[in-house]
Design a protein around this ligand. Sequence first.
Ligand code: SF4
Length: 211
Amino acid sequence: MPLAREAVELLIQASRVWYFEGNQHGLRDREWMALRFLGRANRFSRNPSAVAGFISATRATASQIVKTLEGKSFLVRKPSQRDKRSVVLHVTAQGEKCLNQYDPVNRVLNAVTALGPDECVRLRDLLQEILNHLDEARQRLDAGVCRNCMFLAERRPSTGKRRATAEFLCRLYRAPVSLEETELLCTNFERTRDRPKLEEDFDRARVASQE
Ligand code: SF4
């Protein structure tokens, strides 16, 4: 128990990087959180309700945050191609530059990258396991990476070097998903424990590419 407490205290200290008073480089912590999420979200999750869910805010608060980010030219809204009554939020080149240069979590990102690819995989899996325990009480995660979702199916199964040409289908939205999109966050994510091979393939490829 003392070891577990020590680990949790370290996590709390790390969280001070992304939860803070006031603002950093002109944005408050929740505004950073929303911009960071939109920079990593897939096309189904780049809307104000998904932002509200992800940052645990009311719809009104999320709309205000989106307006602030639009006012700074970090976001633009465009009509959704799937449903013309909805909007899809896009991070602008200026928003991406701001994330790359000033996002407060970049310091943590650099420190985690310095651990090396194998330790990164271990750390991610440990944190995922912790979140899964917490998630049991809350029923679901706020968002997850598409490639681990139970709704993702391979339309054209591929192996080894042909992985880059694989095509996927989201069975929830009944829409095609590209290989690049399987790496993005989705707020309709549902974790599966039955497709470890796909995840292992991705991990192996990424660890190899960083060696
Ligand atoms: S497969 Fe899951 S994570 Fe991917 S787009 Fe569909 S619902 Fe979202």
